[in-house]
Design a protein around this ligand. Structure first.
Ligand code: TXA
Ligand code: MG
Length: 326
C-alpha cells in the first residue's frame, strides 16, 4: 500500500470529501475512534480490513444518523430494539438485527444480522447527517491492539495508512459500545461496553444473558470476543490484590494500575490511577489512554487491580481480563 500523508484536522468538509471519494477517515465517536469508510462502497469496506489487518471473518458495525436511517438497512424492527434504541440512541449501544439486501455481506462476514448503531458524538453525528451514505467503522486500531481514544493515539497507530484523522477530542466514554442481540429468542449482551448490563436490564425489565462471559476461547462464536482483542503490548496480570502480587516480581520493572490511590500510599513511581474518587465512568474513560501510556514506557509487566463487579466495573474487568490472556 502506498504511504499516505496523514492529516489530523477538525475540518468536517475535508472528511466528507475523502469519504465520498472512497477513502478512509478516522472519526471520533463517544466510545473510541473509528476507522470509517462508505458502507455502500465495496472497495472502501475491503480497504478497512486491509488497513486494520483484520480477518474478513470479523464483521463491522454500521453507523447511521438516526433510527429511521437504521430501519432502511434492516429486515426487522422488533419491540426490544425499539425500547433500547429509544432509550440509548444516539449513544454507545449497538443492536444486532436482521439485515436487508442493501447491506454488503462483507460488512457482516456473511451473517444475516448486521451490527448497527447511532453514535452520540456531536461531530460524528453531524458527519453522518451530511453524508448520503452510512459509515462502517471498526475501532481505529490495528487488529488485536487496544482501541484509540484520542486523535493522537490513532496517529501513532495508523499514520501513513489513511489520509485523514478527524479530530473530535478525547472520547468521553472510552470503552466500545455495548452489543445487544437475540440469543435463543431473548435479548442478550454479546459485548460488554459503555452501557452497563444493569441499564439494559432495567429498560427491558428482565435479566439478560451475558454471552461475553462464556467466550474465553479463541473461537469467535461471538465475533470479536477473541481473547487478544484488547491487548496492550506489555503483559498484564489482573488481580484483586495488586500489592501482594507485586511482591512476587521483585527486581522487575512493573507498572501498577489501580482504581484509585489507596490512603497513605507512598509508592507513586510506576503507579497509575484510573479515578481519584473511585468513579467507574471516569475509570472507563481513562482506561485505554492509561494502558497506551504504560505501553510506551516499556515496563516488564502491568499488575492491574480488578474493578468492583457492578455497572461499568464489569465492562472494564472484561477488557482487563482479555488483556491478561496473552
Ligand atoms: O464503540 C464501538 O462500537 C466502536 C465505535 C467506532 O463505533 N466500534 C467498534 O467496532 O468497536 P469493532 O469493529 O472494533 O467491534 C465490532 C464488534 C466486534 O466484536 C464484531 O465482531 C461485532 O461487533 N460484530 C459486528 N457485526 C456483527 C455481527 N453481524 N454479528 C455479531 N457480532 C458482530
Ligand atoms: Mg475493535
Amino acid at each position: 500500500m502506498n504511504f499516505l500523508e496523514t492529516q489530523v484536522s477538525t475540518n468536517l468538509e475535508w472528511a466528507i470529501r475523502h469519504l465520498q471519494e472512497g477513502s478512509l477517515v478516522a472519526i471520533p465517536t463517544e466510545t473510541v475512534y473509528g476507522l470509517a469508510g462508505n458502507a455502500l462502497n465495496h472497495r472502501s469496506i475491503l480497504n478497512i480490513f486491509e488497513v486494520k489487518n483484520r480477518p474478513q471473518t470479523n464483521p463491522l458495525i454500521l453507523h447511521v444518523p438516526n433510527q429511521e436511517a437504521a430501519k432502511k438497512y434492516l429486515e426487522e424492527w422488533p419491540e426490544w430494539a425499539e425500547r433500547l434504541s429509544e432509550r440509548f440512541w444516539p449513544g454507545p449501544l449497538t443492536l444486532l438485527l436482521k439485515k436487508n439486501a442493501l447491506v454488503d455481506p462483507l460488512i457482516t462476514a456473511g451473517h444475516d444480522r448486521v451490527a448497527i448503531r447511532v453514535p452520540s458524538h456531536r461531530v460524528c453525528l453531524e458527519l453522518l447527517e451530511k453524508l448520503p451514505f452510512p459509515l462502517v467503522a471498526p475501532s481505529a486500531n490495528p487488529f488485536s491492539y487496544i482501541s484509540p481514544t484520542t486523535a493522537d493515539h490513532v496517529y501513532h497507530q495508523l499514520r501513513g495508512k489513511i489520509p485523514m484523522i478527524l479530530d473530535g477530542g478525547a472520547c468521553v466514554k472510552g470503552l466500545e459500545s455495548t452489543i445487544v442481540g437475540l440469543h435463543q429468542g431473548k435479548p442478550a449482551i454479546y459485548r460488554a461496553g459503555a452501557i452497563p448490563a444493569e441499564h439494559i436490564e432495567s429498560v427491558l425489565q428482565m435479566s439478560v444473558e451475558k454471552l461475553y462471559l462464556e467466550n474465553s476461547n479463541s473461537t469467535p462464536t461471538v465475533p470479536g470476543s477473541m481473547l487478544k482483542h484488547y491487548a496492550p503490548g506489555t503483559p498484564l496480570i489482573l488481580t484483586d490484590h495488586p500489592l501482594d502480587e507485586l511482591r512476587q516480581f521483585e527486581g522487575r520493572r512493573m507498572a501498577l494500575l489501580l482504581f484509585s490511590k489507596p490512603e497513605n500510599f507512598e509508592m507513586l513511581q510506576h503507579c497509575f490511577f484510573l479515578s481519584e474518587h473511585r468513579d467507574l465512568e471516569e475509570a472507563a474513560s481513562r482506561l485505554y489512554a492509561v494502558l497506551q501510556e504504560i505501553d510506551r514506557l516499556n515496563f516488564d509487566g502491568i499488575i492491574a487491580e480488578k474493578m468492583p463487579g457492578t455497572d461499568l466495573g464489569n465492562s472494564i474487568n472484561d477488557r482487563l481480563w482479555r488483556a491478561s490472556q496473552n
